[in-house]
Design a protein around this ligand. Structure first.
Ligand SMILES: O=P(O)(O)OC[C@H]1O[C@H](O)[C@H](O)[C@@H](O)[C@@H]1O
Length: 556
């Protein structure tokens, strides 16, 4: 697009209409909105698959929603969405298609890399899924043995970023579906302590390493994989031929995998049109598939696909990812909110926010538009969160009475997972009572009059008053199943897409992580060189002094 001919987002009439609307609404009160419309709690809900979405406790009116949808229309969200699904190269800075939706497309679908006329990627996707399933079943049944002939009982996934957070989050979510005597661990940090603590109680004869790296050049992963190989061969007292029984690779880079010494027959492939943070439903999910079995994994893919189809076909008024994306824009761009908190009321979702941090912040943490012109509006929020009940006893104080507006997503389930024994399953009502009570307290607060009426001494009234009007979305499903996890993740993927499309940024590159990598390569030799061999003169005075201090502490 020619920058000169482009209408700046913040100059668009739809944008200024929203700004005017925001000013006119002023300090809109949820108490008032609910009083004005007794059916608001039913009206402001949507359903997608198993997910019931209640957005009635949002600071919005019908007009707000109309204006937000008009902004989406004016910025071409639907057109970009269709281009993504068609396989066009919408990741322009890397000239790549963005086809994570193809990872969960049904067997017969046709999706062409690069758009119509390009190679159909769906057969390859299913070929790899089938190979993964074959391997997973062999490990699960004990048919696949280690170098000493014993079945493999622990799987250690070595990867970082998208090659760690997705499978680690999903394994945690679905661990109650793990139906074999197998456990999975995840090593990501280049701090040797991570690998050390993960393997020190393991028997190498029963350990399978899955080296997960899209590029297979990521220094943390390659370093840890090399250390793991040494640990394995030393522990077994075996030669390199043992590697083939204990190492598999998940990557797009067959050449580097072979260079590392992993048999290409033990490599499960994915493609450059899958972003790392969108990849755990590709071969990157192998550890999860081994744990829960191919059938459950496929159920998860079907859950993803269901939401993909919803996002592609549902009309704007009923389109849940569109709605969630636009609500984020409403707060980030028109209320000055800087962050977004995700609060699952499920222990199994304890790593969900960490996963969403990469998905959202690496996608939309951008400061220039697709054509390189800086944005003049806020882009992606700081995303954070931990399981809700724990948060209640820690940072909810700030959510309720602090000075910052932090929109929240509450995620909960009607039923505990089947694996829980009745005694513990009985605690579920208490968990969910907290969930509902918190969204209620955040929305409606407690006025000074109400506090006084409770007999609270006058000097404490301001402290015990809750302003309310803290917006939340409730996402409620019957049960946390593989399909529901797929639905949830796809929902957030597409929400992030909507926001990036409105802001005019490339949500699918991540150049911001590169500079630190380059500088680390320059600094490392300065830490390890013999005295006088390397000069730190080219460094700034802070970094030079820190390097000198580090060397001194290390006696170098
Ligand atoms: O899978 P890999 O190629 O090893 O990449 C692992 C991660 O590191 C990179 O620096 C990117 O920021 C992430 O998007 C990626 O997921």
């Amino acid at each position: 697009m020619n920058p000169a001919s482009r209408t700046e987002l913040s100059q668009r009439p739809q944008w200024t209409a929203l700004a005017d609307h925001r000013a006119a609404l002023g300090e809109v009160s949820l108490r008032q909105l609910f009083a004005d419309d007794p059916r608001r709690g039913e009206r402001y809900t949507l359903q997608v698959g198993d997910l019931h979405i209640d957005y009635s406790k949002q600071l919005v009116t019908d007009e707000t929603l109309t204006l937000l949808r008009e902004l989406a229309e004016a910025t071409g969200v639907a057109g970009l969405r269709d281009a993504m699904y068609r396989g066009e190269r919408i990741n322009t800075t890397e000239n790549r298609a963005v086809l994570h939706t193809a990872l969960r497309a049904p067997r017969g679908a046709v999706i062409e890399d690069g758009g119509p006329g390009g190679p159909n990627v769906v057969p390859e996707v299913h070929e790899v899924l089938d190979r993964m399933a074959g391997f997973a079943e062999k490990v699960r049944s004990g048919e696949w043995t280690g170098a000493t002939g014993r079945p493999l009982r622990t799987i250690v996934n070595i990867g970082i970023g998208g090659s760690d957070l997705g499978p680690a989050m999903a394994y945690e979510v679905l661990r109650s579906f793990s139906d074999r005597d197998l456990t999975v661990r995840f090593v990501s940090n280049v701090d040797g302590a991570d690998l050390y603590e993960s393997v020190r109680d393991l028997d190498p004869a029963e350990t399978l390493f899955i080296v997960a790296s899209k590029t297979f050049t990521t220094i943390e992963t390659v370093t840890n994989a090399e250390a793991a190989r040494r640990w394995l061969l030393d522990g077994l007292g075996a030669g390199p031929e043992a590697v083939a029984r204990h190492f598999v690779a998940l990557s797009t880079n067959a050449e580097k995998v072979a260079e590392f010494g992993i048999d290409p027959a033990n490599m499960f492939e994915f493609w450059d049109w899958v972003g790392g943070r969108y990849s755990y439903d590709s071969a990157i999910g192998l550890s999860l598939m081994v744990a829960i079995g191919p059938e459950r994994f496929r159920e998860m893919l079907d859950g993803f696909h269901l939401v993909d189809e919803h996002f592609r076909t549902a009309p704007p008024e009923a389109n849940v990812p569109l709605l969630l994306g636009l609500l984020g824009i409403w707060y980030g761009n028109f209320h000055g909110a800087q962050s977004h908190v995700v609060l699952p009321y499920s222990h199994y979702l304890s790593r969900f926010a960490a996963y969403l941090q990469q998905l959202d912040m690496e996608s939309n943490g951008k400061r220039v538009q697709r054509d390189g012109v800086p944005v003049a509006w806020q882009t992606g929020p700081v995303v954070w969160g931990t399981p809700g009940t724990n948060g209640q006893h820690a940072y909810y104080q700030l959510l309720h009475q602090g000075t910052k507006l932090i929109p929240a997503d509450f995620i909960g389930f009607a039923r505990p997972v089947d694996a829980l024994p009745p005694g513990l399953a009985g605690q579920h009502d208490l968990l969910m009572a907290n969930f509902f009570a918190q969204t209620q307290a955040l929305a409606f607060g407690r006025t000074a009059e109400e506090v006084r009426a409770e007999g609270v001494p006058e000097e404490l009234v301001p402290h015990r008053t809750f302003p309310g009007d803290r917006p939340t979305t409730t996402i409620l499903a019957d049960e946390l199943t593989p399909s529901v996890l797929g639905q949830l993740v796809a929902l957030y993927e597409h929400k992030v897409f909507v926001q990036g499309a409105v802001w005019g940024i490339d949500s699918f590159d991540q150049w911001g992580v590169e500079l630190g990598k380059v500088l680390a390569k320059e600094v490392e030799p300065l830490l390890t060189a013999k005295e006088g061999e390397r000069s730190t003169d080219s460094l700034d005075s802070s970094t030079a002094a820190l390097v000198a201090r580090y060397r001194e502490l290390r006696g170098r």
